[in-house]
Design a protein around this ligand. Structure first.
Ligand code: MG
Length: 372
């Protein structure tokens, strides 16, 4: 089980129309996939994200020379070493090596992890609500209505990037349109202070079916979060950018969140990511993985959530949903995993149970030019 070869697939797609959140607009989507192959011909896929020229140089000059010739069974040590250089690459390498080990054992990733507890995992439709058009609210409502018709029961939209009045108008109109059918989470991307975050209570009072309020405040502000949590009428969620397990422990101990949102790409490895899911269970907080930036890492989040013990005995609410990017993103089609009626059926089969469409991978291959 010696690593012989690593092939890289830097992917780039310029969006037809930019879309965004309180942090600004996205003008393109990128993805960096790689395939690790052993001397015996076993293959596993990894994924990470960063500026593509940085990743390409890093792989050519450091990651590939470091990994080739190493033993797959040294996974923990290899991942820990790469974590010191680039956490997201380490996460991707951990995915690829996990897949290879599962294949060597003749098991699915879920079986390797102790087995699925459920075959279907709920997902929520995740929107980037803002566009640079004056009628962004109308366009957002149309997109949300389309997702509701497709069967999504939970959705997430953005706030915090416009005036409070404009955002509140957007949310009120959404509630009127789909509020009877779906639950809506609001994501402020750390935009507010405590006073402004609490202004939302006036709307939450009228919309008891809302899902959660995501990162209204800067995430390091534990004391304000615990105060907000004691007064806010919605559960408070956060933690997508947290890179160290210790920070989740500190947030949980401070009572900052009702729902934590670890990202499988941000914690330096799929094993650390799963540790945080289990930590949530030990601490009795809910955990809904953040997975906006990757298709393979999202699949690993689905695997992990399918193996996780239930958080609640309430029928239909035993497992928290995983984020599903429903914006214009052609990479969503690279793996044959599609939500139906707001749920994803966990692939069965050896390894990750599905194959990448390599023709499509080539169609979106980055041409090597610089971009911004
Ligand atoms: Mg968020």
């Amino acid at each position: 089980m010696i690593i012989q070869q690593i092939d890289t697939f830097p992917l780039f797609y310029r969006l037809k129309e930019p879309y965004g959140d309180a942090n600004g607009y996205k003008y393109y989507r990128s993805c960096y996939l790689f395939r690790i192959r052993t001397q015996s011909g076993m293959e596993g896929w990894g994924e990470c994200i960063d500026w593509l020229p940085t990743l390409e140089k890093g792989f050519r000059e450091r990651i590939i020379p470091f990994l080739v010739g190493k033993k797959i069974t040294d996974r923990a040590h290899l991942v820990a070493t790469i974590q010191k250089w680039h956490k997201r690459i380490a996460a991707g390498v951990s995915m690829a090596l996990t897949e290879i080990l599962a294949k060597v054992a003749g098991l699915s990733v879920c079986d390797l992890w102790g087995g699925k507890r459920r075959n279907v995992v709920p997902v929520y439709a995740s929107f980037q609500s803002y566009s640079n058009h004056d009628d962004w609210i109308k366009s957002s409502i149309t997109k949300v209505e389309t997702a509701a018709k497709a069967g999504y029961k939970q959705m997430k939209v953005k706030v915090g990037g416009k005036s409070f009045r404009e955002d509140a108008n957007h949310i009120s109109l959404l509630e009127k349109s789909v509020g009877e059918q779906v639950q809506i989470a609001l994501d402020a991307n750390q935009s507010y202070d405590l006073f402004t975050a609490l202004k939302w209570n006036a709307l939450f009072e009228k919309s008891p079916c809302s899902l959660w309020f995501e990162e209204p405040l800067p995430v390091q502000n534990n004391s304000d979060y615990s105060l907000l949590r004691s007064r806010c009428l919605l559960p408070i969620a956060g933690g997508e950018n947290i890179q160290k397990p210790i920070q989740f422990i500190s947030n949980i101990q401070a009572g900052a969140f009702d729902i934590i949102q670890p990202d499988p790409m941000h914690l330096g490895g799929i094993d650390s990511f799963r540790d945080i899911l289990q930590l949530a269970r030990y601490q009795k907080v809910r955990v809904s993985p953040h997975t906006f930036d990757g298709i393979l890492s999202r699949l690993y989040a689905v695997f992990a959530q399918s193996c996780l013990p239930a958080w609640s005995k309430m029928k239909g609410e035993e497992i928290e949903s995983v984020e599903w990017d429903v914006m214009e993103n052609p990479f969503n089609k690279l793996l044959p995993v599609e939500p139906k009626q707001g749920t994803v059926t966990v692939p069965v089969g050896i390894g990750i149970g599905v194959e990448f469409d390599e023709k499509e991978l080539e169609a979106y291959r980055w041409d090597g030019s610089s971009y911004s």
